[in-house]
Ligand binder design. Structure first.
Ligand SMILES: Cc1cc2nc3c(=O)[nH]c(=O)nc-3n(C[C@H](O)[C@H](O)[C@H](O)COP(=O)(O)OP(=O)(O)OC[C@H]3O[C@@H](n4cnc5c(N)ncnc54)[C@H](O)[C@@H]3O)c2cc1C
Length: 483
């Protein structure tokens, strides 16, 4: 179906590509304009260290892509995407040598948690069983009529709690830390309201779908999306930064897969002053210090569960994590920051060469932290895997400034593109575009132009739902305007 409309999407991250595919499928001629030399945004992978090793620049594990109603409907497997699973989704070691693990199989997880098992099942059993229904509601903007009110009613009260309150139901330090590591993905204070939401979601998703990796690197997600877009007649142009609205003039629909600040610059005085001010003042969250390593042989973890886990969370007990996250949010580099380690090669052996493996790691650091020294990350890994340093063959570090150079959406190194403090998690971007008077969080205030990046609901992660939601609003308005 051709509707003779033209659309431009600025940015080729998963949200931009998702929006582009839906617009192309509705019959519009779609061009995606990407600033970087490679498309894909947060789903790029390349040889960052030794020849042949495949490193994910950003996203590595994809529970939300599995749960995303859009990804499930697109069927990207038809365009070459293959998901690969490791034995254990996530492990969390402690200094006493113990560890706890999230297996995809909730029964096994519950068994291994011993006395804490029943409370784990109570919290995650029904949630994970009904996760796909829940995802339909939590991946859409608020407010809307829930499609599955009972599921939402069960999730909501627990999600509203600070992680520091929800965690009280577990007694063992390793169970408490296991939950704390997942909750810390929100990159906010674990004592804040709503700081349980991300942890609940990620663990429920792990039990429902696992945290799989894309075979050949996360770039395979972008490659499959681009293939699908091209099959619908769309195109992607790289090395094409957009800095002015003049570059997108003439399009019926424009989607901006950019940070709000960049959108304000592009839209300039075409944007109503209030919206422009709100976009420029948009509040970003803490940053990341990314370390990619080439490591000979497996990491010598003290606890064997860690050697089978795709993701290993490092930072000690729940209280240690809470202290570290609170310091980070306040703008201080924590003495022992929260570190996430990815061993994607366990699920996808094609990423290693001759027994040398690509290891992905990052620490939470303050917004705009100027350091490029990998030491805070290396220290944490060595703490739980003595002898690790001796196995490092090569290393590449990117602090907040380098992350922002690679992808302008990561302002100050904020990979979530927005502070998750308090209710901001619900009402991005920054409350500036609350759905008042028929407006949606995707409206920029300029007719036909919509924001679709992870600054908009449902926020960070590879799920494409920001792009899908924005495209749905854009298409409905465009149809209406044509009468
Ligand atoms: C270190 C790290 C680890 C992560 N781990 C995970 C994970 O394991 N699982 C997960 O689900 N998510 C993870 N994420 C988050 C995930 O990558 C992002 O949430 C996701 O990519 C956001 O998609 P997006 O389309 O909104 O934006 P992005 O993927 O950031 O893409 C935006 C694109 O727009 C382009 N762009 C911006 N401004 C302009 C402009 N003015 N003109 C032209 N192009 C422009 C950028 O170059 C970029 O290509 C991680 C991110 C990082 C950095």
């Amino acid at each position: 179906m051709t509707r003779d409309g033209r659309a431009i999407v600025v940015g080729s991250g998963p949200n931009g590509l998702a929006g582009a595919i839906l617009l192309a499928r509705a019959g519009l001629r779609v061009r995606v304009l990407e600033a970087a030399a490679e498309p894909g945004g947060g789903t790029r992978s390349s040889q960052l260290t030794l020849p042949g090793l495949i490193h994910d620049h950003c996203s590595a594990f994809h529970p939300m892509a599995q749960a995303s109603p859009l990804f499930r409907e697109l069927g990207l497997e038809r365009y070459g995407l293959r998901w690969r699973h490791q034995d254990i989704e996530m492990a969390h070691p402690l200094d006493d040598g113990t560890a706890a693990a999230v297996w995809r199989d909730i029964d096994r997880t519950v068994d291994e948690l011993g006395g804490d098992g029943p409370a784990w099942r109570y919290t995650f059993g029904a949630l994970s069983a009904g996760f796909d229904d829940l995802a339909q509601d939590i991946l859409r903007p608020l407010p809307h009529l829930p499609r599955h009110p009972m599921r939402l009613a069960r999730f909501g009260p627990a999600a509203l709690l600070p992680a520091s309150v929800l965690v009280r139901q577990w007694r063992q330090p390793r169970t408490r830390a296991l939950f704390g590591g997942a909750a810390a993905h929100a990159v906010t204070s674990l004592g804040a309201p709503l700081s349980s939401a991300v942890g609940l979601t990620l663990i429920a998703a792990a039990h429902r779908h696992g945290w799989p990796v894309a075979e050949g690197g996360s770039r395979a997600i972008a490659t499959a999306m681009i293939r699908m877009l091209e099959s619908l007649g769309g195109t992607v142009e790289t090395d094409t930064p957009v800095t002015s609205i003049a570059q997108v003039d003439g399009a019926d629909i424009v989607l901006l897969d950019t940070a709000p600040g960049a959108a304000a610059t592009i839209l300039g005085d075409r944007q109503p002053p209030r919206a422009n001010r709100a976009y420029r003042r948009y509040r970003y969250g803490p940053g990341a210090l990314k370390v990619d390593l080439a490591v000979r042989g497996p990491i010598p973890w003290a606890n064997p569960l860690c050697a089978r886990a795709g993701t290993v969370h490092l930072g000690g007990t729940f209280d240690d994590l809470a202290d570290a996250e609170a310091a980070t949010v306040r703008g201080h580099l924590a003495a022992a920051p929260f570190v996430l380690v990815g061993q994607q090669y366990l699920a996808d052996r094609s990423r290693s060469v001759d027994g040398v493996h690509p290891i992905w790691a990052y620490a939470h650091v303050p917004h705009g932290y100027p350091g490029e020294d990998p030491e805070p990350v290396l220290r944490q890994i060595e703490r739980f895997a003595p002898g690790f340093r001796d196995r490092i063959v090569d290393i590449r570090t990117r602090g907040p400034a380098a992350l922002e150079r690679d992808n302008p959406n990561y302002v100050g190194g904020d990979i979530a593109v927005g502070s998750n403090a308090g209710l901001r998690l619900l009402f991005r971007p920054g409350g500036a575009t609350l759905p008042i008077g028929g407006r949606t969080p995707y409206d920029t205030g300029v007719p036909g132009v919509y924001l679709c990046s992870s600054a908009t609901p449902p926020g960070g992660g590879v799920h494409g739902m920001g792009g899908a939601n924005a495209a749905a609003v854009a298409l409905a308005r465009w149809e209406l305007s044509r009468g």
